[in-house]
Design a binder for this molecule. Structure first.
Ligand code: ATP
Length: 317
């Protein structure tokens, strides 16, 4: 991409006691780009986001937003918007008043504030609820107000921590629309999610972290192509956790374990032959197969390979 990045993280390190929460992370976000940060619990996503907005220090490496360090240069913090995971609004106050209050806190006033509030009400499809107290809105609408608050002062970089957690699919789509609209106007968005379908739909680029490191980064189709190279994905579910000899057979067949002991993954060509061969091999070795499926490779398969983990589901998150 030709435009200079809004956000540039280089070699970010952060240690909590013995634990390395960030072990040398590089990350960029460009104007108009939606970057989705993925990773299992404890991967370091929150630590990274907190360092980017200057809320926590790094032990090494650097964060630059528009070329400035947000931990030292308070001025550049105005270029950053933060949408926290928990809805942080005044429940009893009307939507428009919430926007005004938070707009003032972000340094807006007078005509600039009035225009920003009016634009947010229209842009986030909240105009007909402007006078309703926030507590009367649905969860999805409250999420939109929460995002509107973070984006009100038109930051160049918007950080969003799991912006659609706990809302239904229709409301999620409307939040996605809002986020795409912000990116189209040139804002760089960095968001964390555990929802891989959301990442596939929204991301211009995904960054997969595990154990404080970036394990993979790129556009979803490129990552799939890089890891699968036109092959199909195998999902194998065992009837029970494998014993040592089953483990050896599975590894010998090129399958990869995940953190769920019964669940293994692999890749095969489109040709039906290798799958038949694999079935025969597993049967011959009396591997307790509960289910063997071939699926089109997706971000799920990428995530499993680069983190060795089954992604957290919405229910388990
Ligand atoms: P999740 O998906 O669960 O939110 P995450 O990817 O955001 O996880 P972090 O919250 O950044 O991960 O945590 C990274 C590691 O740093 C974890 O091992 C965590 O226990 C540790 N950690 C984070 N904050 C602190 C803290 N204040 N004190 C000690 N350890 C911490």
């Amino acid at each position: 991409m030709e435009t200079p990045p809004v956000l540039e993280v280089r070699g970010a390190r952060r240690r909590y006691g013995e634990r390395e929460a960030l072990a040398g992370v590089d990350l960029e976000a460009h104007p108009g780009e939606i970057v989705v940060l993925l990773g299992p619990n404890g991967a370091g996503k929150t630590t990274l986001v907190r360092a980017i907005c200057g809320q926590s220090r790094l032990d090494g490496g650097s964060v630059r937003v528009l070329g400035q360090d947000p931990a030292r240069d308070r001025g550049v913090r105005h270029a950053i918007g933060l949408v926290p995971q928990d809805i942080a609004l005044y429940e009893t106050l009307p939507v428009a008043t919430n926007l005004e209050v938070f707009g003032r806190l972000a340094g807006l006033s007078g005509a600039t504030l009035r225009t920003a509030v009016a634009d947010a009400l229209t842009g986030f499809s909240l105009a007909d609820r402007a006078r309703d107290p926030v507590r009367d809105l649905s969860g999805g609408m409250q999420r939109r107000v929460n995002i509107a608050v973070g984006a009100l002062h038109r930051p160049r970089l918007l950080l969003l921590d799991e912006p659609t957690v706990g809302i239904d699919p229709v409301a999620r789509q409307s939040v996605h629309q809002v986020l795409r609209g912000l990116a189209q106007r040139g804002m760089a968005l960095l968001l964390t999610t555990h929802d891989l379908a959301e990442a596939e739909q929204l991301a211009d680029r995904v960054v997969v972290m595990a154990e404080g490191r970036v394990r993979a980064s790129g556009a979803v189709p490129d990552l799939i192509n890089r890891l699968f190279g036109g092959r199909q994905e195998i999902n194998l579910l065992l009837a029970r956790p494998p014993d040592e000899s089953t483990r050896t057979v599975l590894e010998g067949a090129g399958l990869i374990p995940t953190v769920q002991p019964e669940f293994w993954v692999g890749a095969v060509t489109d040709d039906p032959e290798p799958l038949a061969e694999l079935r025969a091999r597993l049967k011959g070795a009396a591997v307790p197969v509960a289910e063997l499926r071939v699926v089109a490779p997706g971000l799920h398969g990428v995530f499993l390979r680069v983190t060795g983990r089954v992604p957290v589901t919405r229910e388990a998150a």
